[in-house]
Design a protein around this ligand. Sequence first.
Ligand code: ATP
Ligand code: MG
Length: 388
Amino acid sequence: MKEIILIKNGELVLKGLNRNTFEDILIKNMRKSLKDLGEFTFTKSQSTIMIESAEDIDLDDAVDRLKRVFGIAALSRAAVAKKDMDDIMNVSREYLEDELSLAKTFKVEAKRSDKKFPLKSPEIARELGGFLLSKFNHLKVDVHNPDVTVTVEIRDNYAFIRGNNIRGAGGMPVGTSGRAAVLISGGIDSPVAAYMMAKRGVELVSVHFASPPYTTELAEEKVMELLHRVARYSGPITTYVVKFTEIQEQIRNNCPEEFFTIIMRRYMMRISEIIARHQNCSALITGESVGQVASQTMYALACTDAVCNMPVFRPCIGMDKNEIVILSRKIDTFDTSILPYEDCCTVFTPKHPKTRPQLAAVEEAESALDRDALIQRAVDSARKTVIK
Ligand code: ATP
Ligand code: MG
């Protein structure tokens, strides 16, 4: 029996004339995610995209990967039958055997894009429904809230038969909303922030600040592992690891302790922005959330933003830690995030950070630093890798 995958676009449908471009990017992303499983062909038709393969590929793997591709509202596996009621009934019975055996109730929906097919949609539904009832004696029909909806689509060359839809990842195809650079730490929040922006179609670049020898190789590997997990949704992430040691030591030696974190954050933003522009990004992303720590009060965030000349997206900004944790478990980054390696932020943490810093005071506090030279050396230290 030949089996295919049917993809239902999400918000793409809203995009009018751009729809074609959006679908093309979605197909490109799906192709990439399935690449090493074998050869697939993609066919657009109406609001679905059909994926088929001439080879005998187990579709479990393919569906598993497609469930993480943004821009897909729902997907389903379908069996292909001849456009002939006998074949449709036999294929349905065989193909849906497991699903219908487990269900208590079902209904049949028929769609007929080939209007020359001899039966009308309600007649197809009635005939197939009656047949399935006779073969699966325990089933009852429930048209309002069935356990399984059997859908038959009569297309130009074939009939497609499918059971329940599988929910897709939603969002928009990565690459349809531009590029942004995420500041990634080893924590819980920034991988979630990265995932959330990728879900809105943003292609990711990432910047991580490491402070050897205060931070170790293991801490860096942890960040790479987090990015690897995010990349299962976002696609490849061009990543820069920036050496931050000198800047942190200079801040510690020359600035008032109460401003350590905020000054450090301002340097991270300045450096990330340079890398972001170099990588054609139009925004920065962080995992900050209002009030979570002293450097994330509204006043502290204003002091951070004062050095940024591109928009800073903070998708976790209004979320509770619990809500962020739920998402991090869902995308499978939580267990890695809680591994106990140090982050450069925790190396020189002030005992009494200012929670209501004034911009003028922060600017005064960092004035002793040789800003341009420090930034230049940090940018020069950046090592680039691509996380696949
Ligand atoms: P997270 O869980 O994302 O680490 P957090 O609650 O630990 O966040 P902070 O450590 O204050 O909060 O960091 C706030 C944000 O600053 C992070 O979400 C991240 O975007 C950025 N950031 C912090 N440390 C680093 C780092 N070492 N490299 C790059 N970005 C960082
Ligand atoms: Mg952190």
